[in-house]
Write a protein of this length. Sequence first.
Length: 90
Amino acid sequence: MQSSEYTYFKMKNKALFHSESIFKGIENARKRVAVYVNAETSFLYWQIGDFINKELLKESRGTYGAKILATLSQELINCWTKMKSRLLNT
């Protein structure tokens, strides 16, 4: 193997090693983000359930057909849409 071929081979292998390291770093970061997002989503859902239980139901059992979730979800959609349009117009 000539000197220039050896240099090319060495550089190519070094680049492959670094690209594998970068790929592993990206994959590890993606996994950490997924774990964090799942934990935050679970905590958010727990907070919503706790709010419904304490504030809307006053820690009593809801009546059948009260449509608490449907009403709350519609209010959230309306609020979110207004807030989103304000953010987009600024």
